[in-house]
Design a protein around this ligand. Sequence first.
Ligand SMILES: NC(=O)c1ccc[n+]([C@@H]2O[C@H](COP(=O)([O-])OP(=O)(O)OC[C@H]3O[C@@H](n4cnc5c(N)ncnc54)[C@H](OP(=O)(O)O)[C@@H]3O)[C@@H](O)[C@H]2O)c1
Length: 340
Amino acid sequence: MGYRVVIAGATGNVGREMLNILAEREFPIDEIVALASRKSIGTEVSFGDKTLKTKDLDTFDFTGWDMALFAVGSDATKTYAPKAAASGCVVIDNSSLYRYDPDVPLVVPEVNAEAVDGYKKKMIIANPNCSTAQMVVALKPLHDRARIKRVVVSTYQSVSGAGKEGIDELWNQTKGLYVPGQEVAPSKFTKQIAFNVIPHIDVFLDDGSTKEEWKMVAETKKILDKSIKVTATCVRVPVFVGHSESINIETEDFLDEHEARDILREAPGILVVDKRENGGYITPIECVGEYATYISRIRQDSTIDNGLNLWCVSDNLRKGAALNAVQIAETLGKRCLKKG
Ligand SMILES: NC(=O)c1ccc[n+]([C@@H]2O[C@H](COP(=O)([O-])OP(=O)(O)OC[C@H]3O[C@@H](n4cnc5c(N)ncnc54)[C@H](OP(=O)(O)O)[C@@H]3O)[C@@H](O)[C@H]2O)c1
């Protein structure tokens, strides 16, 4: 016996990946429905070897459905997630709307699977920001061994993190640069993204940081440990899929780079590719369509007593969103909503 599952935002980047991953991982499903906005009614999306016709989220009745995986952005989530929850359908949400709500668990199953049990307060579970998800997967096993005190992270985030419009803008702007008269002005991004990098994701806050940077700080504390200090610089780069991060870690106890490599090799969700030779590391192109968070360039930071540097790459549409949401659904099923 399986679950009755709703995918809200099924025509988007994350929604399509959620359908792919549910099928790939053979999530036990009795019935599935794909929802999006009214303009997408009838749009076909793939679910394994089946094709689903998209229905209207606005008129959908969630009664009798077990879980709804949402990837519709914060505005639509605000309208429809409470409706689903009130009908008894557990919402697993990809937007940032509920992440910092103390009554909503924020979950990365490799790190805090047990937090899923807190879903009952609001019938909602939040999925973290894409950059946080992959980073905490890497930090968790090192924190367990040597207690992380401080993290300095710089991100190199792909345009798919900004939705379909982000992908289209990089594609059209790149093509337009080669065709006189067809130049594409920035619209989704604040400056030209083709052949450029932009040190600005989400809105600016009073202290000069951006909301994306603040999210990495607040979410790492909520998921992993509130005592860890994090400082982040988040940068958009002209890559279609795959976020990269340069992470500097300071620990309480000394951790040798060889032991760190061994610990990461054994940790769930991680693949270490770390040969100190040409090409002996992972770049974003190689992580596309994969489940793993890849770790390369593990090395001692010799400027402090207990410091490590590493390079962390993952598919932002998968571990950063869709895969993590499906893993939460699996955890919820196993721990709380047992069937059969
Ligand atoms: N991309 C990432 O790396 C990533 C990572 C973590 C979290 N997220 C979050 O996941 C969510 C979706 O991101 P995405 O990249 O998949 O965006 P996207 O490609 O732009 O897709 C947006 C989806 O939401 C639907 N939608 C938007 N407004 C709607 C409304 N009022 N009613 C019904 N459906 C509506 C769209 O339907 P139509 O096609 O009908 O417009 C589409 O299916 C966002 O909250 C984002 O912050 C994304």
